[in-house]
Design a protein around this ligand. Structure first.
Ligand SMILES: NC(=O)c1ccc[n+]([C@@H]2O[C@H](COP(=O)([O-])OP(=O)(O)OC[C@H]3O[C@@H](n4cnc5c(N)ncnc54)[C@H](O)[C@@H]3O)[C@@H](O)[C@H]2O)c1
Length: 433
């Protein structure tokens, strides 16, 4: 099939490349010319395991093109995917300006032939309808609009897209449902379902899934915080909970709060969608509040340990909102670093992939290590904010010798507290009294 994907970010690039890899002819479009220029030279603007080889192969085999010309890409394609950003406005509502702009551009580019417009961006219920109206005002050509939310996870995006647990297709046209099933069949050969539903239900499903995941994290963080007060260890509690098949062991790891470009904004959007319907989203609101508090938890522990933080030196391992990505959007690290800087702390950081993104935010306000150990010379404390594998089993003897004070704030509970005590460290975890 001839496909264009508008928006070549974390989602669009993976989707476009994945669709090319199953034999389709794909044009990935982005308004940022620099990005397209780099991609044409095989330079991938994001860190995503396995993506660079896949892009290179599909480009070399002529199935994957990159372009800044949306008009031409639309003319060439039968299926046009949207994967542009839908960030939060300051009031928590969703900024749909990119979606509407692309809809206008698609409408203007359409000639007489039939097109299917597929929305992959996360959008409030009713957006597909609005997109349909915008396009209809600009063209008399036939078209359908489909909601096809994306469930990939950064850090595992290629695998998630190539082997999805399920595909959700929101459409009211059985012919479109058939064609979309054909498109996705190569990805579900092991029998995972392609679920056809109404457009509104598909739009709702994406938010509902993210809300469920965020709720598990915030609830677990609340449980962890209470564990600290009552003398329980949340690691033990979590094991006890996770073995119950009704609960399951996934997404119940307490930590420093969820971040990234999806959960925070989608939870806020859900609250706002409720507000528009004059429906109070009690649980959703609480999930967001608990998370905002949790992002400050490591700072609060550092502050209460040292009391006066002026001129203290703190090293931070892990800036990305989770391992295997370079994404620091809404990351707890950003909140923690800002709070530390406000107290006059000198901050030293290391992350395997997210340093360039951190430099764009913090510039020379913090010091960047070339290795994790670089950051530790003479510091008063080390805080772990992302559970990258390379932080799991470090050389504690060396760490202790480099640091001025042996204090570790483990925001991801990756260390064995008894082992750390053997090395003479003071240890603060999450939910471990
Ligand atoms: N990142 C994730 O893990 C993830 C997972 C599932 C769903 N989503 C959703 O997918 C959507 C995209 O997310 P993302 O993380 O890929 O965003 P992103 O910010 O990484 O990428 C969006 C891209 O769209 C481009 N763009 C914006 N307006 C454009 C226009 N008018 N014409 C052409 N290109 C344009 C931007 O330049 C950017 O490259 C969002 O709605 C997000 O909620 C994201």
């Amino acid at each position: 099939m001839k496909i264009s994907v508008i928006g070549t970010g974390y989602v669009g690039l993976v989707v476009g490349t994945g669709l090319a890899d199953s034999g389709n002819d794909v044009i990935c479009v982005d308004q940022v010319r620099k990005k397209i220029k780099a991609l044409k030279k095989n330079k991938i603007p994001i860190y995503e395991p396995g993506l660079d080889e896949l892009v290179k192969r599909n480009k070399e085999e002529g199935r994957l093109l990159f372009s800044s010309n949306l008009n031409e890409a639309v003319k060439e394609s039968k299926l046009i995917f949207f994967a542009v950003g839908t960030p939060s406005n300051t009031d928590g509502s969703v900024d749909l300006s990119s979606i509407y702009k692309v809809a206008e551009e698609i409408g203007d580019a359409m000639e007489d032939d039939y097109k299917i417009i597929v929305n992959k961006s996360t959008v409030p219920v009713g957006t597909a309808k609005k997109v349909r109206e915008i396009i209809k005002m600009r063209t008399s050509a036939p078209f359908d609009v489909v909601s096809n939310p994306e469930f990939l996870k950064e850090g595992n995006a290629v695998e998630d897209f190539m082997k999805p647990h399920r595909i959700i297709i929101g459409t009211d046209n059985p012919d479109v449902a058939r064609l979309m099933k054909e498109l996705y069949e190569p990805f579900v050969r092991t029998g995972n379902p392609i679920i056809i539903m109404g457009i509104e239900s598909a739009e709702m499903t994406k938010y509902a899934c993210n809300l469920m995941l965020a709720t598990r994290i915030s609830l677990m963080n609340e449980i962890a915080n209470l564990c600290e007060k009552v003398g329980a260890d949340v690691k033990e509690v979590r094991k006890g909970m996770g073995t119950d098949p009704r609960i399951g062991s996934k997404f119940i790891f307490p930590g420093v709060g969820y971040g990234g470009s999806c959960l925070p904004k989608d939870v806020r959007a859900f609250v706002n969608i409720g507000k528009e319907q004059k429906f109070n989203m009690h649980i959703t609101r609480a999930v967001d509040t608990v998370n905002e508090i949790q992002k400050k938890t490591i700072f609060k522990k550092i502050k209460s340990h040292f009391v006066n933080l002026k001129n203290k030196k703190v090293a931070i391992w892990g800036l990305a909102f989770k391992p295997k990505t370079d994404d620091i959007r809404e990351a707890p690290s950003v909140v923690t670093i800002n709070l530390l800087l406000n107290e006059g702390v000198k901050v030293y950081v290391y992350d395997p992939e997210a340093m360039d993104n951190a430099k764009k935010i913090f510039k020379d306000k913090i010091t960047y290590g070339k290795t994790p150990y670089d950051c530790l010379v003479g510091v008063d404390a080390l805080a772990i904010l992302t559970e990258w594998n390379e932080f799991r089993n470090p050389d504690f003897e060396r760490i202790g010798k480099l640091m001025r004070n042996r204090v570790i704030f483990d925001g991801r509970n990756i260390y064995n507290l008894n082992r750390l005590r053997e090395f003479g460290f003071e240890y603060y975890g999450i939910g471990r009294s």
